[in-house]
Design a protein around this ligand. Structure first.
Ligand SMILES: Nc1ncnc2c1ncn2[C@@H]1O[C@H](COP(=O)(O)OP(=O)(O)OP(=O)(O)O)[C@@H](O)[C@H]1O
Length: 638
């Protein structure tokens, strides 16, 4: 896959392919907690029905006990179980109300515990799964998608989902059960008046459908604009030094303001829909109450109005009014639930969109671990392109165990790309990379990368102590082993001189250490991991000559019995290598020892002359090619 396919559009495509997000979420991440979900639903139903018992009992008591106009009859309870005498009936009703209230409290406890347990488990699963997926994604993805966008998915979107699952999800279930429960009870007592009361429900449903359709799109724009804003902020915080040094604060103020304004505008558009929907729904539910009161009142005073027929008692009207009143607030709450749902849905689509991204660099189904690595590395006619444009062409070499190879050549020639293929951060476009004769695509990634140690130009340190950073990846190492590794990396002295020695905190990304110190900590880390193959990518380029000498000594010490690749611009670094490959425009143009290459008097010899300060002795052709190359790099960049 070429990297021009991976961008925000690529993310959007995967996001748009997500269907029924909430169902998918529960299916994928709630499967193990299904029992809590089912228990929560049953407890919800039970609690809601228990909450309907007191109004129903009150209605029956008015008609049968106080006004004695009807027989004492209760829904769902066989007649022979009911008392026949009025005082007993009164106490029976009181007792039943008590039982219903206690039962409701207990069921509510069960409902809240189980639904919350369910949603918290789902949240936990989603959080960890999203992170795991993010970690598995191909490097191409990270090259193309802004960190702020990813952080926005990992943090904002999961938070939105959490809020919905915590508050609204339980309420949504409660509301559904309430509507069904009240509908059943109302129809039981008087189906005709029930129709009058509940005619608003389908109207509310249509109104809600309209709202959902419009708001869905707007929320997805809102979430995207949050991602953009976060990317901008993240970029600016990381580049704060450049902003200050370039005096571009007001330019950046404007850029952030633009992004923030876009977010504000889109959010406001979504909110405006809400301002129509919420009061509309409130008006509808109030209308249900008024209609029930008017029709029921006329019915009792003058007999059944219009096409209605039969009898309506005062008790039944009280049941209707009490239950309709119970419907008003929750129905108005529905707007809130739908609104949060749509918001969470937009977030969920973004999360599931990332989960659906294909991963290309992963273990093949029959991948075997790479055992007892000796360190033979073979590039067999390797061609590679990040994009359409090839970066490496026909790279062909074999390195024997223990050999040290220098990779040199002009900037942008493809040296780092060669080691990226070796670490299998990318797969070759054609040809194969083999370690001990095994194609890197046929072995497990973990065993492949364990066998390699990589020290780059700017090594990332994690927030924590120096010792923790050295132990990173070899977590069981003892303090003695850490100190020994630091000694071999020529880092022990400076670490000892720090205020708290090995326990000194390095600060975020190791900012409290100098470039050269970070480098040596990274080398110590690599030593502790005992890799069989070592890669040093410009490991000494950012340090002074003294530090370079120290680092060089530790590299020589490490490289003595391991296969080692050293990428360097300073040719003195690779002078003693067993072999040197000179890379130009993605091809190996010269290979041999330092002396061989000087004798060949080609690109290497000219580069060597430049570094020796003998610029006047360079052939004209070489200078011309160098100028072209530098100009070409400018074009590539554009
Ligand atoms: N992630 C990437 N996406 C697209 N193109 C890339 C990417 N990384 C490198 N390139 C391009 O590939 C070419 C080779 O890059 P590479 O980093 O391998 O060169 P290099 O020889 O290590 O350079 P340097 O000495 O400056 O580190 C360059 O033209 C570069 O612009």
């Amino acid at each position: 896959m070429s990297n021009d396919q991976i961008d925000v559009e690529y993310l959007r495509e995967h996001r748009d392919r997500v269907e029924r997000p909430l169902y998918t979420l529960f299916q994928k991440y709630g499967h193990g907690s299904r029992r809590w979900f089912v228990l929560g639903i049953f407890a919800s139903i039970g609690a809601r029905f228990a909450s309907l018992v007191p109004p129903v009992l009150l209605g029956v008591a008015i008609d049968a006990i106080f006004r004695e106009e009807q027989d004492f009859d209760l829904p769902l309870i066989p007649r022979e179980w009911l008392p026949t005498e009025t005082p007993e009936q009164f106490w029976f009703v009181v007792g039943l109300m008590g039982v219903a209230m206690i039962g409701r409290a207990f069921l509510n406890f069960v409902r809240m515990s189980s639904l919350n347990l369910f949603s918290h488990r789902v949240k936990h699963e989603v959080r960890t799964a999203t992170y795991q997926q993010m970690q598995r994604l191909d490097m191409e993805f990270f090259n193309e998608v802004q960190t702020g966008e990813l952080m926005s998915i990992l943090s904002n979107d999961t938070n939105r989902l959490e809020q919905f699952l915590d508050d609204m999800f339980g309420q949504a279930i409660q509301l559904s059960v309430l509507i069904v429960g009240i509908t059943v009870v109302l129809f039981w007592f008087n189906w005709q008046l029930a129709m009058v009361t509940l005619v608003v429900v389908p109207i509310a449903a249509v109104f809600t459908y309209w709202f959902m359709r419009f708001v869905e799109e707007r929320y997805s724009d809102v979430r995207e604009s949050v991602g953009d804003l976060n990317s901008r902020l993240e970029n600016n915080i990381n580049g704060i030094q450049v902003i200050k040094a370039s005096n571009t604060e007001s330019y950046e103020d404007d850029r952030v303001e633009d992004h923030s304004y876009r977010y504000f505008r889109l959010d406001w558009l979504a909110l405006r829909l809400n301002f129509i929907y919420r009061p509309g729904l409130q008006a509808l539910t109030s209308l249900a109450f008024i209609a029930t009161f008017v029709v029921g009142g006329i019915w009792i005073l003058d007999g059944p109005p219009g096409p209605l027929s039969g009898e309506l008692t005062e008790g039944t009207l009280v049941i209707f009014l009490l239950l309709t009143q119970r419907l008003v607030d929750p129905l108005a709450q529905m707007s809130n639930i739908i609104d949060r749902y749509e918001d969470a849905n937009a977030s969920l689509k973004r999360i599931l969109g990332v989960m659906n991204l294909p991963v290309n660099i992963e273990d093949s189904p029959d991948a075997e671990p790479l055992d007892a690595v000796e360190g033979t590395v073979e590039f067999d006619d390797v061609t590679f392109a990040y994009d359409e444009e090839p970066v490496l062409e026909d790279i062909d070499f074999e390195v024997q165990p223990g050999e040290t190879v220098g990779l040199v050549g002009p900037t942008g020639a493809g040296k780092t790309t060669i080691v990226k293929l070796l670490l299998r951060l990318y797969d070759t476009t054609a040809g194969a990379v083999r370690v001990d004769g095994h194609d890197v695509r046929d072995v497990t990634l973990s065993s492949l990368r364990t066998s390699m140690g990589y020290v780059g130009q700017d090594n990332f340190l994690f927030d924590g102590s120096v010792a923790e950073n050295i132990k990173y990846g070899a977590f069981d190492a003892t303090r003695e082993e850490v100190v020994e590794a630091a000694r071999r990396a020529q880092a022990h002295e400076f670490i000892e001189n720090m205020p708290e020695g090995y326990d000194t905190e390095v600060g975020e990304r190791g900012v409290k250490l100098s470039g050269g110190q970070r480098q040596r900590v990274a080398i110590a880390r690599t030593i502790l991991q005992h890799p069989e193959i070592l890669v040093f990518d410009e490991a000494t380029s950012a340090v002074d000559t003294e530090t370079e000498m120290l680092i060089q000594r530790s590299i020589d010490d490490l490289a003595a019995d391991r296969t080692t690749f050293i990428i360097a611009h300073r040719l003195s670094t690779v002078r003693d290598a067993d072999r040197i490959f000179v890379i130009e425009n993605g091809e190996i143009v010269e290979r041999g020892t330092h002396d061989d290459l000087l004798a060949e008097d080609g690109l290497y010899a000219n580069l060597w002359r430049i570094q020796a300060g003998e610029i006047g002795d360079l052939p004209e052709g070489f200078v011309e090619r160098a100028s072209k190359r530098v100009a070409q790099q400018g074009l590539d960049f554009d």
